[in-house]
Design a binder for this molecule. Structure first.
Ligand code: SF4
Ligand code: SF4
Length: 392
């Protein structure tokens, strides 16, 4: 059962969520001895903490606070959705960031609780047994499992740059097979969503995004790594709605990626006022000025980092004094330039006929309206100038 995303009547949405949770609750529990209450308690969180977290996720998914108890109920049945998590060409950073924090957040505990039927980093099995486990899980939960894929898919030399397991099966073929029978497919991280660093020029392994090797819809959850909130939120959204979230032009869930870093940044007032850090450690840096001139790519990047933050909501890169690198944008390794330098006219050239962003920033007294206009076209500019990759 899937719920129409566009249904704006909260009463009918609430009822539909209730019915879906009821339906999921009838499916067998993966571990009878486990419950979310137990997991939360064992990790030192109170029920109050849990309900606060449920309220935060409810707001994050743009639902009214009256849905909070329902969100808490939804988490209880999250272990009914079997998940297969594949590793392709990647650094495992997405898994690590979600699962290995010294003080796990409730988001990462939710991930412990769900039914990870196959995850190479976490499971005890190895070798032949691991391969068998994957086949068994795909067979047992055919058409029901959620597929999460971390990493780009090497396709060069017929996919032979990535082989996995004793039978030397190609990563590309494993991903295709697993995608065929999945109920929903999430590309976790920028490598899986857009190719990532593997696909950066000259892309020797011919790495491509997951969406290039399957005809099925892939929900991209990019970031290097993506925040745990965006991963868990995407999962809970699917759990509640049973259907795909509203997606942007790059198939990213709009609830998480519809706004630019720049639009939500606490330093935005300084950008508008023309107050910039000129070099790290200067007086502007101490005063929390805008980081655009020391390389912040926030004006070109769509993500919710400044709102949801990292490390249990304590901070995010710009808050610490370092600019956004644009990690949730396609091909950011190739298109976002040197980390500590502004893009100058490289991205803006097409949109402004040669007027660079630096020039614009230097003349910042010209007013907020102009700056806002610059921002609005930035997204389009990236799409316009992005050079086609080999094979695209
Ligand atoms: S350029 Fe970066 S630091 Fe400056 S306001 Fe935009 S996002 Fe914030
Ligand atoms: S601030 Fe920018 S570089 Fe950092 S995680 Fe967010 S999108 Fe990625």
């Amino acid at each position: 059962m899937g719920i129409d995303n566009k249904d704006t009547s909260y009463d009918s949405l609430y009822k539909a969520f209730e019915e879906r949770i009821e339906l999921l609750a009838k499916l067998p529990k993966m571990d009878e001895d486990n419950s979310i209450e137990k997991v939360i308690k064992e990790n030192g969180f109170s029920r109050r903490d849990f309900m606060q977290w449920a309220g935060m996720v409810t707001a994050m998914l743009s639902l009214p606070s009256t849905f909070t108890p329902l969100m808490a109920e939804a988490v209880k049945v999250a272990d009914r959705l079997p998940i297969i998590w594949l590793h392709m060409a990647e650094c495992t950073g997405c898994s690590e960031s979600l699962l290995r924090s010294a003080n796990p957040s409730i988001d990462s505990l939710i991930f412990d609780y769900i039914s990870l039927e196959y995850h190479e980093t976490l499971m005890a099995a190895s070798g032949w047994q691991a391969e068998q486990n994957l086949e068994n899980a795909m067979h047992k939960y055919k058409g029901r499992y959620i597929l999460m894929v971390e990493g780009g898919i090497p396709t060069g030399n017929e996919g032979s740059f990535l082989t996995i397991g004793g039978h030397g099966k190609k990563g590309k073929d494993i991903a295709i097979d697993a995608a065929n029978d999945a109920a929903a497919i999430f590309a976790i991280g920028t490598c899986s969503s857009f190719g990532g660093v593997q696909a950066a020029a000259p892309n020797p392994t011919g790495a491509v995004p997951l969406s290039k090797v399957t005809n099925k819809t892939v929900i991209n959850v990019p970031g290097c790594p993506p925040s745990e909130k965006n991963i868990v939120g995407t999962l809970l959204h699917y759990l509640l709605y049973g259907t795909l979230p509203a997606l942007d032009v790059f198939n990213r869930p709009k609830w998480a990626y519809r706004l630019r870093i720049h639009d939500l940044c606490e330093r935005r007032g300084h950008f508008d006022a023309g107050e910039f850090v000129q070099q790290f450690g200067d007086e502007g840096a101490k005063d929390g000025y805008c980081l655009y001139k020391v390389g912040c790519k926030g004006p070109y990047t769509f993500n919710n980092c400044s709102k949801q933050k990292f490390n249990q909501g304590t901070s995010w890169p710009v808050q610490t004094g370092f600019g956004c690198m644009g990690c949730s944008e396609p091909d950011f390794w190739d298109t976002m330039g040197t980390v500590n330098e502004p893009l100058k006219d490289r991205l803006y050239h097409t949109a402004f006929g040669g007027l660079g962003a630096d020039a614009t920033a230097d003349k910042i007294g010209i007013g907020i309206l102009t700056v806002t206009a610059i921002g609005i076209v930035a997204h389009a500019a990236i799409a316009v100038i992005k050079p086609p990759k080999e094979g695209e």
